[in-house]
Design a protein around this ligand. Structure first.
Ligand code: NAI
Ligand code: MG
Length: 356
């Protein structure tokens, strides 16, 4: 069987880490048990560099190819300017929307026994299509001639239902797999935003109540206001299994959770929804280390495994994850973000050696 993978490296370290994901895919098919599978790649463009070349951060040809030619994809990272640039709009936000990828699943796991923050094994399920990321902003002047900027936060029943359904489903799956009930925490700020976050919270609660009994038996419903969520997550991350959140809180919480396991360079994600699965490291283009060959490839390698898992190739995913875990637990070969002196290539080679 041939699986066609769209490759969107993007900018900065995206260009360095995506080839590492490809090396892992090519390597894994050399194992006898997976020799009937072949990966075929289509290079695709998106990001700041694409914008400077074509005047578009997400060329139509990229979306078309993802829709028509690809079974799945790997997305690196794109660099977005912090000030407004006419015509530029973050391609990943647009891509998630156009492809109906309504969920971004971000597992964060400490694999070293007795890690600095104890047991961290949680999965952040981030809503991917709305909230403040609809980017409806306006700027005007007040009566004193001072500027004011408004941004619209959108929460819909449909998107909230979609995200909670998938959160309950994967939490129940994990419970089945591990034999342990999973706690699912709904994050919100409905004490202040009673209508928008209120709708999110209420919808999540209804979806849970309406889910099949066998799922409810495996998943414990919990709610947490976002600020105290941050506090609790840092104090005792072992309290959390699955966390479901609107787009912005989910974005922020997952970078925070990454710090608990040592580096953003370790945390993978998979965009999931109505079309294909797109694996994507949680980090950005990291301009501070780009071009030096020292970016940690693990977030991308794990994203590759996560993508395979969602596609139903769990055994292949496990072989890759086990190799990554072994590299981290041994701790001998690591990039500078983890306090090591090795390069991306050293880490990649060490992981490839362990895939068997
Ligand atoms: P960032 O995630 O790129 O970097 C934050 C810090 O983590 C930096 O010190 C960086 O060196 C480090 N880091 C990140 N990934 C690493 C890796 N694999 N190995 C080692 N260290 C790593 O976030 P930042 O600096 O705020 O944003 C940089 C650019 O990335 C911006 O233009 C931003 O818009 C973009 N960005 C893109 C995302 C995406 O494409 N999905 C997500 C987040 C940011
Ligand atoms: Mg982020």
């Amino acid at each position: 069987k041939t699986i066609t993978v769209g490759l969107i490296p993007g900018d900065g370290i995206g260009k360095e880490v995506i080839p590492a994901g490809v090396s892992v895919l090519n390597h894994v098919t050399k194992l006898p048990q997976f020799s009937d599978i072949k990966f075929n790649y289509i290079p695709l463009e998106a990001g700041w560099e694409a914008f400077t070349k074509y005047g578009e951060a997400l060329p139509d040809s990229t979306v078309k190819s993802l829709q028509e030619d690809c079974d799945c994809a790997l997305f690196g990272a794109v660099q977005s300017p912090t000030t407004k640039v006419e015509g530029y709009s973050s391609p990943i936000v647009k891509l998630r929307k156009e492809m109906g990828l309504y969920a971004n699943i971000r597992p964060v796991k400490e694999v070293v026994p007795n890690g600095k923050f104890g047991k961290v094994d949680m999965c952040i399920v981030r809503e991917n299509t709305e909230d403040l990321y609809i980017k409806k902003e306006t700027t005007y002047t007040d009566s004193n001639g001072k500027k004011v900027a408004d941004a619209i936060k959108r929460i819909s029943e449909t998107a909230s239902e979609n995200i909670m359904k998938i959160a309950v489903e994967i939490a129940a799956q994990k419970a089945t797999l591990t034999g342990e009930k999973q706690k699912l925490t709904v994050v919100h700020k409905s004490n202040v935003l009673s209508q928008s976050d209120g709708l999110f919270r209420e919808t999540c609660a209804s979806v849970y109540k309406a889910s099949p009994k066998e799922q409810q038996d495996k998943v414990i419903y919990n709610e947490q206001i976002v600020d105290s969520m941050v506090y609790k997550m840092i104090r005792d991350p072992s309290e959390f299994d699955f966390v479901v959140a609107p787009n912005l809180y989910g974005d922020i919480l997952s970078d925070g959770a990454a710090a608990l396991v040592g580096s953003l360079g370790l945390v993978p994600s998979c965009n999931v929804g109505k079309s294909i699965f797109i694996g994507e490291p949680c980090h950005g283009s990291a301009p501070d280390i780009a071009g030096q060959g020292i970016a940690n490839p693990i977030a991308t390698i794990r994203s590759t495994a996560l993508m395979l898992e969602f596609m139903g190739y769990s055994e292949m995913a496990k072989v890759i994850d086990d190799a990554v875990d072994a590299n981290i637990v041994e701790g001998a070969i690591k990039t500078p973000d983890l306090g090591g002196k090795n390069t991306l290539e050293d880490v990649l080679q060490d992981i490839l050696k362990r895939i068997n």
